[in-house]
Design a protein around this ligand. Structure first.
Ligand SMILES: NC(=O)c1ccc[n+]([C@@H]2O[C@H](COP(=O)([O-])OP(=O)(O)OC[C@H]3O[C@@H](n4cnc5c(N)ncnc54)[C@H](OP(=O)(O)O)[C@@H]3O)[C@@H](O)[C@H]2O)c1
Length: 309
C-alpha cells in the first residue's frame, strides 16, 4: 500500500510517499480503506518535533491522527462492524497514523458515519467536533442560557465549538480576525470580537471561555469570566500554567476519541447541526503541501483534508 512516512523530525519535505506491506487486521480489528484524512496543527507540531517532550514519535512515522474510510475486511472476532461500513477513525500518537491507503483499527477507535455524510465531511468534522464536545459538554458543562466565549472562533475546533454551543442553547461570542467575522457569524456566533483590531472581550461577562489559542490569549481569558465561571482550554500555544484567578475554574479538556462521543458528533453533523468545515482538499500524495499550507495559514477556513482515491 501507499503511505506517507518520515524518518526524522523536520520541515514538511521530510515526509515522503512510500510503498509499505499491506496491513492485516488483528482478530479484534477491522481493515479500513482510507478515503479521507484530516490534517491539523497537531500533525505539523508532531512532524516538526515540537511535541517531542510530551509525545515523542517513533520512526519511521506515518503522520495523521484521524480520518474516514470503508471497512474492507474483519478480524476473526471483529463483530462490531460490517464490510462496506463507512467509518470515522482515530490513530493514537504512539501508533502508525492515518496518512495511508489502509489502516487497521479496534472497536474503541472507530465510529459509524451516518448518511448523508461522506468521508471528507466525516474526516473534517470528527476530530474538531470531538474536541469541541469534550471541552464544552463534558468539561465545562455548558447549559442553556449560559454566555460562552470561543477564543479562536475561525479555527477548526472553534468553528465546531460555536455551532455546538449554540445547539446547547448558549449565547455565543467568538474572537476572530475582522476579515473572518462574517464566516464566524455564519457559524452562528451572536457576537464577533475582532482580536486584530484590539477588540476586547470585556470583563466578567462569560460563564465559560473556551481557549483554543493559548499564550497571551489564555491569560487574557481570565478577565472575561464572571466569578465561578470556567476557563476550559486545549493545549495550543504554551501557557503559564498558574491560574490567574482563584474564583474561577481552569480545566484542561482531555481529548480522547471514545466511539460514543465520535458518533454523537457525527449524528449532529448528519442532522445539519454541526456543519463540517473544509478549507482545502488535496490528494494524499500532497501531504507535505498540506502541512506547508497549514503552517503558512493559506489553507482557507476549515480543515485540510487529504483524499485517497
Ligand atoms: N489535546 C489537545 O489539547 C488538543 C487537541 C486538538 C487540538 N489542539 C490544539 O488546539 C489548537 C486549535 O486547533 P485548531 O485545529 O482549531 O487550529 P486552527 O484551525 O489553526 O485554529 C486556530 C485559530 O485561532 C485563531 N487565532 C490565532 N490567534 C488568535 C488570537 N489571538 N485570538 C483569537 N483567535 C486567534 C486563528 O486565526 P488565524 O488563522 O486567522 O490566525 C485560527 O482560526 C491548536 O494549537 C491545536 O494544536 C489541542
Amino acid at each position: 500500500m501507499k503511505a506517507i512516512q518520515y524518518e526524522r523530525y523536520g520541515p514538511p519535505d521530510v515526509m515522503q510517499l512510500v510503498d509499505l506491506p499491506d496491513r492485516v487486521p488483528a482478530t479484534d480489528e477491522v481493515l479500513i480503506a482510507v478515503r479521507a484524512v484530516s490534517v491539523g496543527p497537531g500533525d505539523c507540531k508532531t512532524r516538526s518535533g515540537s511535541l517531542d517532550g510530551s509525545h515523542p514519535a517513533s520512526f519511521p512515522k506515518i503522520p495523521g491522527r484521524s480520518g474516514a474510510g470503508i471497512v474492507v475486511a474483519l478480524g476473526a472476532q471483529a463483530d462490531f462492524a460490517t464490510i462496506g461500513d463507512l467509518v470515522c477513525f482515530s490513530t493514537p500518537h504512539t501508533e502508525s497514523g492515518s496518512c495511508a491507503e489502509f489502516v487497521t483499527r479496534p472497536r474503541d477507535q472507530i465510529g459509524r458515519v451516518p448518511p448523508p455524510l461522506d468521508a471528507v465531511a466525516a474526516a473534517a468534522v470528527g476530530h474538531p467536533g470531538v474536541c469541541a464536545w469534550i471541552a464544552l459538554v463534558e468539561t465545562a458543562r455548558v447549559e442553556p442560557g449560559m454566555r460562552v466565549l470561543v477564543q479562536g472562533g475561525s479555527g477548526t475546533i472553534g468553528a465546531q465549538a460555536i455551532q455546538l454551543a449554540k445547539h446547547l442553547g448558549a449565547r455565543v461570542s467568538a474572537t476572530a480576525r475582522r476579515k473572518n467575522a462574517a464566516y464566524v457569524e455564519r457559524l452562528g456566533a451572536d457576537e464577533v470580537i475582532a482580536f486584530d483590531e484590539g477588540g476586547d472581550a470585556g470583563r466578567a461577562r462569560f460563564d465559560v471561555v473556551l481557549d483554543t489559542v493559548g499564550g497571551e490569549t489564555h491569560r487574557r481569558s481570565y478577565a472575561a469570566l464572571r466569578a465561578g465561571g470556567v476557563l476550559v482550554y486545549l493545549r495550543a500555544a504554551p501557557i503559564d500554567e498558574t491560574p490567574a484567578r482563584t474564583d474561577v475554574r481552569t480545566l484542561l479538556a482531555r481529548i480522547d476519541y471514545r466511539p460514543e462521543i465520535l458518533e454523537k458528533v457525527l449524528a449532529l453533523a448528519a442532522q445539519g447541526v454541526l456543519r463540517p468545515q473544509v478549507g482545502l482538499t488535496l490528494p494524499l500524495a500532497q501531504c507535505a503541501e498540506a502541512h506547508r499550507r497549514l503552517e503558512a495559514r493559506t489553507h482557507g477556513l476549515g480543515r485540510v483534508v487529504l483524499t485517497v482515491p
